[in-house]
Write a new protein. Structure first.
Length: 478
């Protein structure tokens, strides 16, 4: 799939280009055009023009039909989306077939279904007047789109996380300018081709490629014509975008990084807890914001848990590469830092040797660490790789204190058979999502997002519609 911009209904490749590298084996997949400031300005202008035209006056039935047409278009090109996602990310094909592409289709269908509810629903109430002799008034609330929405999507789940924002933004009647990660442009380009055939007016959806600082990302998030920004990525980038948006007081929705904890109590189903931690720490080689990097285990089962987790990590194969050579080097640097800080390496800690083309890719070993203090960098800082540190605890209060002692607060997992404990502990964990005896079990209608340095706002179901539309109160004196 050749990466191209899509601006005002036209595919174009103007601007300098840069290479797209396959993380699985380090080969060059092609080139990607770098959007100049002029290309970004053209995209924002096209979005504004769409809002002044037929897209700005479209109704719920029209928008729902367009979203369903996009979903059908992705379904019709299912295997092409899988191929593009696997090539860009290096993730296992089964993951793309069962998660990435089906959930992208589900995002468009879910928001098409929701269209007959939230965005144009009016809340009607009669209330007395505020002053003597004012009589009564009829107050009702309508929702209108924000306008031009800039969407910045990450490289780890590029199709899934971009459609998670695009679908509700379009559902609410906004016009979108998407900038995907420069590492993973292919499914965004393929999505633009699907949208081009789905009946949306020119400019309702636009796509620009490029990097972040002093490039397309910064041009877009600081553009005076952008009315809202939705971003998923690392916390430092979110802070930079917020500074860039501050001059125009642009509203933001951020899903940022995490250093997610797991609490494993002695009464847990040990088989399930080990299996769940393998999934939560090593799925997509730890390159999911929800992955577990800190595991706290009640002392009576600590030794057995560590042994079994280490054995499982050592036996993993086919878990996928890091997204780039630079990210591989970052993860390996944390493996080195952990050793320097005194960690015991239970499993992994290096670069695997496969004896095939993967040896020229960007792979690292799934790694289990123990023995570090809570002040260690490898325990405090987000690594975003296939690694976790396991530490013991003795009491419920200690477990909570350890879990909450972090600048991040995205997701957590609890493993216990005690239902009372689950209900007691879950609300006290300072994360936006708490899974009990499971991990990454997601319903698209539930709120998704974090606290502290892990983000601002919530996405999912009507929570996304609340961000992408603006409530307006209308008061009519009777």
């Amino acid at each position: 799939m050749k990466a191209e911009h899509y601006v005002g209904g036209v595919f174009r490749s103007d601007g300098p280009s840069f290479p797209l590298i396959a993380p699985a084996d380090g080969s060059e997949l092609g080139t990607v055009p770098e959007a100049t400031r002029e290309v970004v300005d053209d995209a924002v202008t096209a979005a504004q023009r769409a809002l002044r035209g037929s897209w700005g006056t479209s109704g719920t039935e029209e928008r729902a039909a367009a979203l369903r047409a996009v979903a059908d278009g992705i379904q019709a090109r299912f295997d092409e989306f899988v191929d593009a996602e696997v090539a860009d990310t290096g993730r296992p094909r089964e993951f793309a077939r069962t998660v990435d592409v089906p959930r992208a289709i589900g995002n468009f269908r879910a928001y098409a279904d929701l269209l007959y509810g939230r965005p144009e629903r009016a809340y009607t109430t009669q209330v007395p007047g505020w002053s003597a002799g004012a009589g009564q008034a009829l107050n009702y609330t309508v929702r209108r789109p924000l306008g031009v929405v800039a969407i910045i999507s990450p490289w780890n789940l590029p199709l899934l996380l971009s459609t998670w924002k695009i679908a509700p933004a379009l559902a609410c009647g906004n016009a979108v300018v998407l900038k995907p990660s420069e590492e993973t442009p292919s499914t965004a380009t393929l999505l633009a081709r699907v949208i081009a055939g789905a009946g949306l007016p020119d400019g309702a959806f636009n796509l620009v490629h490029g990097h972040g600082p002093a490039a397309a990302g910064e041009f877009l998030t600081g553009h005076p014509g952008v009315d809202a920004i939705a971003f998923t990525g690392e916390s430092a980038t979110g802070a930079a975008i917020m500074r860039n948006a501050a001059d125009h007081v642009t509203p933001v929705s951020f899903e940022l990084g995490g250093k997610n904890p797991a609490l494993v109590f002695a009464d847990a189903d040990l088989d399930a807890a080990v299996d769940g931690t393998v999934r939560s720490s090593f799925t997509h080689s730890g390159q999911i914001c929800l992955c577990t990097e800190r595991v706290y285990v009640e002392r009576p089962i600590f030794d057995e848990f560590v042994v079994r987790l280490g054995e499982r990590a050592s036996a993993l194969d086919g878990y996928g590469p890091m997204i780039s050579a630079a990210h591989r080097d970052k993860v390996l640097s944390y493996y080195r830092i952990a050793r320097e800080e005194g960690a015991t390496v239970v499993a992994g800690g290096g670069v695997p040797a496969f004896g095939d083309e993967r040896d020229t890719g960007f792979h690292v070993e799934p790694t289990v660490l123990t023995g570090l203090p809570e002040t260690a960098r490898a325990v405090r800082e987000e690594i975003f790789g296939p690694v976790c540190h396991v530490a013991p605890f003795d009491t419920e209060d200690e477990a909570l204190a350890l879990a909450n002692d972090s600048p991040y607060g995205l997701a957590s997992t609890l493993w216990t058979r005690d239902l009372s404990r689950a209900h007691r502990v879950a609300p006290r964990v300072e994360t936006g999502i708490v899974w009990v005896n499971c991990w990454n079990l997601r319903d698209l209608r539930t709120p998704f997002g974090g606290v502290k340095a892990s983000g601002i706002g919530r996405e999912g179901g009507e929570y996304s519609l609340d961000f992408f539309s603006e409530p307006v109160n209308v008061c009519i004196q009777i």
